[in-house]
Design a binder for this molecule. Sequence first.
Ligand code: IMP
Length: 185
Amino acid sequence: MNSIKVHDKTFVPYLKDEELQEVVKKVALDIYEDYKDEVPVFVGVLNGVIMFFADLLRHYPGECELAFLQVSSYSGTESTGIVYKKMDLTKEVKDRHIILVEDIVDTGNTIESLFEYFKNTQRPKSVKVASLLLKPEVYKKDFKIDYVGKEIPNKFVLGYGLDYDELGRNLRDLYQLEEGKINEK
Ligand code: IMP
């Protein structure tokens, strides 16, 4: 794996596809342990979740249903702190067990606001959260992330669904912003 340039920034290799698959498989099996007697609805938070979501489903050995919604809070490599809902939920989830599936939890603003949205407006039977990645140095909410694939340092990552200004989502592997460049504009 070589470094790559996306827009104005350089990204260095971080986690290869094969390593990501191991992480995803573990999350899928951990969820299955808790839901094997249920048919949960996996709710994918677009767009960043696409790769993780598809692989999670491939590794999930039980019955499940799918739904999506789209939100946005990032501008470039910074969180704006404001969560916009860009696309409505694609399925009725009243009285269902739902698992919100996120690519990455950073400040936690997105997932906290989605949790409130589901609890207050959709009335599911239960809500849990699964995230491929978590940045614990930034995450300061009390709210529990039930399933975490991997904890990572506070560095911007790219690839495997995650973008930098809309580019890089189609990379198979995960890359990290080059050292010392995180606050560069
Ligand atoms: P939060 O609301 O700060 O937790 O941010 C969550 C959302 O921000 C994620 O779903 C991503 O879309 C985006 N995000 C956070 N960190 C990164 C990153 O390192 N690379 C790419 N996108 C990120």
